[in-house]
Design a binder for this molecule. Structure first.
Ligand code: NAD
Length: 295
């Protein structure tokens, strides 16, 4: 069984760390939130006193942090992971971040004799808790093979996407589709309401017709048809509108930088910008249906 440092045990990281513990690994956790650390200690983890401590005397470090700036600080800072870890330590960053940060940090790690993969996830908090996440893993083949047994404890589909940064590329492209499709589904439901069509009737037809997609079939943005969707829980996240907006910024920045035409990605980003600035600050991303209904 491996000794693993885990940095960032928030909504996603807590369940992921718990699954490593359940599989018999020894896990040392660090988070800026003492409450988040305490929740993991309850599950059997050891509390690390700093980022550096979490990376000391372990075979692997897993991180699950909000943004690229946090990943850079945690890995490259003075008391950071790279300064503390011994040569040969494996780094697995599961955060959703910009491709440039992923490549910079992995480059510095390689320079110091460490292997690193970017391994962002799809599957949400439910997938993190149940160990059914999909991991999109960018990095050298040897690093992927080394990370795979650890990722298999936390996920169901572990896909090698190619070189460093391609895991993040896959993730931001997927979430650009998700943001666009969610808005499309919301607009269609609001139009259907205005045309006098019941939600359930609309769902029964479209979920088996050519308009079907994850945003409708699994995460339906109106209450009723899919009991587990946040629409039935007052639009509590779930996957927050703020995180969706972050990811749409990542895809737009990448599109601008690499000259890709993403008109709908840009429109989705603008709509989520308005939603997060207004009623959607704390809401799930499917709650944008309420803004669309009023506009
Ligand atoms: P979160 O805010 O709940 O957790 C992040 C944790 O990182 C927090 O507990 C925070 O205290 C900690 N943290 C921040 N800076 C730190 C530092 N310097 N040192 C130690 N700890 C630090 O966020 P989350 O929902 O768990 O998301 C984490 C990542 O996973 C994000 O990149 C997000 O986009 C991605 N993601 C989230 C979901 C989801 O459904 N929530 C789904 C897929 C991917």
């Amino acid at each position: 069984m491996a000794k693993i440092g885990f940095i960032g045990v928030g909504n996603m990281g807590e369940g992921m760390a718990a699954n490593l513990l359940k599989a018999g690994h020894s896990v040392k956790v660090f988070d800026l939130s003492a409450a988040a650390v305490a929740a993991c200690v309850k599950e059997g983890a050891t509390a690390a006193s700093s980022v550096g401590d979490a990376a000391t005397d372990v075979g692997a470090v897993v991180s699950m942090l909000p943004k690229g700036e946090h990943v850079r600080a945690v890995y490259l800072g003075d008391d950071g992971v790279l300064a503390a870890a011994t040569e040969g330590t494996l780094f697995i960053d599961c955060s959703t971040i910009d491709v440039a940060s992923a490549r910079d940090v992995a480059g510095d790690a390689l320079h110091k004799g460490m292997m690193m993969v970017d391994a962002p996830v799809s599957g949400g908090v439910g997938g993190a808790n149940e160990g059914t996440l999909t991991f999109m893993v960018g990095g050298p083949k040897a690093a992927f093979e080394a990370a795979k047994p650890i990722l298999e404890v936390m996920g169901q589909n572990i896909i090698h996407t190619g070189g460093t940064g391609t895991g993040q590329a896959a993730k931001i492209c997927n979430n650009m589709i998700l943001g666009i499709s969610m808005i499309g589904v919301c607009e269609a439901f609001v139009l259907a309401e205005k045309l006098g069509l019941e939600h359930q009737t609309m769902f029964d037809i479209v979920s088996t017709a050519s308009g079907q997609c994850w945003s409708l079939n699994t995460y339906c943005p109106v209450p009723g048809p899919v009991p587990t969707s946040p629409a039935n829980n007052d639009y509590k996240p779930g996957f927050s509108a703020q995180n969706m907006l972050k990811d749409l910024h990542l895809s737009q920045d990448a599109a601008d930088g690499f000259g890709a035409s993403t008109a709908l990605g840009k429109a989705a980003m603008d709509l989520y910008e308005a939603y997060v600035a207004g009623e959607g600050t704390e809401a799930d991303f499917s709650g944008i249906v309420n803004m669309i209904r009023k506009s």
